[in-house]
Design a protein around this ligand. Sequence first.
Ligand code: NI
Length: 393
Amino acid sequence: MKNIIDIVEKHYDSIVSLRRHFHMYPELSAQEFNTQQKIIEELSALGLTPRKIAGTGVIAELKGALPGKTIAIRADIDALELQDECGKPYQSQNPGVCHACGHDGHTAMLIGVAKTLVELKDNVAGTIIFLFQPSEECFPGGAALMIKEGALTGVDAVIGTHLWQSLSVGTSGISYNRMMASPDSFTITIKGRGGHGSMPHQTIDAILVAAQVVTALHTIVSRNIDPLEQAVLSIGSFKSGDTFNIIPDTATLVGTVRSFSMDIKKIVFERMEKIVSGICQAAGATFHIDKTFGFPPVINNPQIAEVFAAASMETLGKENTLTIDPVMGGEDFSVYLDQVPGAFIFIGTGNKDKGIIYPQHHPKFDIDEKALGYGIETMARAAMKLSSSKENF
Ligand code: NI
């Protein structure tokens, strides 16, 4: 059997070029038309038969020579609404659009995995499905549409990666259960009675009511959630009033809730309702709460995570395959995990020596491209292990 490292090495430069191409020409969620076209060209050149799915997504399959399971590998392909300030020759040519989350690398890596596994076809068991998913950055996300259009038909397990800035290049991070949180958001509108700042007794001060609500909401995580559970409630916007001598009648609070289970989510939102209701009632104000429930949490299947970690250990070494705590960010990879077992892994891209220090979604975000090779190798190894596995997931 040909050596995976040699194959990845052979294709490395072309994958870096592809990543830079996607970085130069980023496209927003559900508008990834040129990206889709480029993926189709690349996969077709490998002798695969890619087809369009979920609008601007692509699906392709590779049948191995040996009998085995069907394993899907997913990459998200969309960019962010952000001005690129990476300052590199491959800086975004599309004003206000930037691959600041690393999805350019995800797309290039999955093409790299396809190139690698096509060469190893005689040793590949089962079927490998390549899922290039649009609209990860934009709720409700492209995963649901991919699934609706058959992306997981016959699939036994699904794997995916995210390039991860806070991990150094040459390392990976995985959790054997909870990996990423469920991100929800809320808007609380409080209605009081406006009036002159010199006559507060004639008003119901929406600012004061909302200020009490902000303080009280912060007791939910500290006082109502089991300290061994994980939850976050943050308020990112507080808007009310325009000028110094008018007590405004309305205040609006916008925030996010992050959690890992429906039970915790339920407690947070039930308490929110009670707290806002109680404070508003006491003040004589009224309120309205708008909730938007985001993606479910990313919960790795422990058995598949073990296989993924083993693939990473073969690629990066045991000491560089880190067991990490879950992160409170969200990902619509979870939508696949709701349907079939699977696992998600972070591939480190940070490199202080090269000045690659800016976090994901920052205008100066960039990756150490060495990570692309590590990601390809890890995914290719994991897919081969899983498709030839005799275990029941
Ligand atoms: Ni992302």
